[in-house]
Design a protein around this ligand. Sequence first.
Ligand code: PMT
Length: 401
Amino acid sequence: MLQGKKILLGISGSIAAYKTAFLVRLLVKAGAEVKVIMTPASTEFISPLTLSTLSKNPALSRFVKNDAGEWNNHVELGLWGDLFLIAPATANTLAKMSQGLCDNLLLATYLSARCPVMIAPAMDLDMYKHPSTTRNLELLKKDGVEIIDAESGELASGLTGMGRMAEPEHILNAIELFFKQEAPTLPLRGKRAVITAGPTQEPLDPVRFISNHSTGKMGYALADQLKKQGCEVILVSGPVSITPPEVDKLIKIQTAKEMLDATVAEFQNCDLAILCAAVADYRPKEQSPEKIKKRDQELTIELIKTPDIAAELGKLKSDKQFITGFALETQNEEKNAISKLNSKNFDMIVLNSLKIAGSGFGHDTNKITIFDKHNNKLQFELKDKKSVAEDIVNEIIKRVI
Ligand code: PMT
């Protein structure tokens, strides 16, 4: 249910902190990745070692990491999470949150977080019903924080009443419900896509290969954008040096044949394909098992065609599947792109031209024109590849939803 969700768990200093060991286990079991941030007071109630072991990530409690002055970057943490859950949230922590105070790592991360925030308060019954706590909870609600109500029962003070932190199972239910409610708003929820990206390398011998200048930037930006729109993404990538986005499956390949095998196998279970890879069109006919020695003035290498992955997918495509291809051109751009749209049985093709400055290989930007099989033509400005990916995915959404 929480597969792939990134949950920041903030723990403040209450006896209920001991229950977070169970909570972390439940979240991890449900498929979430969990990073723990603790207030200094909470480390008196449960050890960071317990939480780092269960979450498989360091449990952080200080701004400064070590004597070398390295710091725990609360901004990065705040941007990382899909959800920031603060459980238990003490009267002190929620009061500070409501006022924007920031004297520990948890609070600094709260102020940096762009994701939704949920809190599970825990305190003694009189503290819980105190007007200042009620006021602070109201302020937090106004700030968009979702409150998982405290529960009634026996309290650490010996008193009985409202104030116990919600049980870990109840917190898990609240989180699952939250993601379920959020889910239908994403247009590609329930769809699965395969994307090819980067170059292929066609070996000549153990040290040399034929390839091209593709960096994977365009394909990786598309994979990221599809994920953001709720799509399940399988990324088939040639060798690149950039960091892959978070996807559901990353298949690394080297040659066109390997890319063909992986892509065809995945396409059968996909609704969408985006073919952004710069596949080498030819490969050396023979691959020498040893390094080819430098001998004569000239060396002739015989090349043969690689498989055309796009054309193969075009043949396999059912009425329910949608393929977006790319065309990288240097001349007769529009004519060649439309010809590829038809010959490879694409539903839509994205033309980028190496003739336009800042476009095509390597750059962080691209300028594209989209053609579809209903003779529509859409021209876009030069933009960064992230925005180009948004434009392409929006056009796909318009045609498949
Ligand atoms: O990776 P970057 O540095 O960000 O650069 C991005 C890019 C320029 C590589 C990308 O935007 C792009 O244009 N990719 C397609 C490059 C290409 O090979 O174009 P093409 O016109 O030769 O191929 C047409 C289509 O057939 C493409 O969808 C291609 O993936 C596919 N193809 C081509 C040959 C082949 N053997 N198999 C294929 O699937």
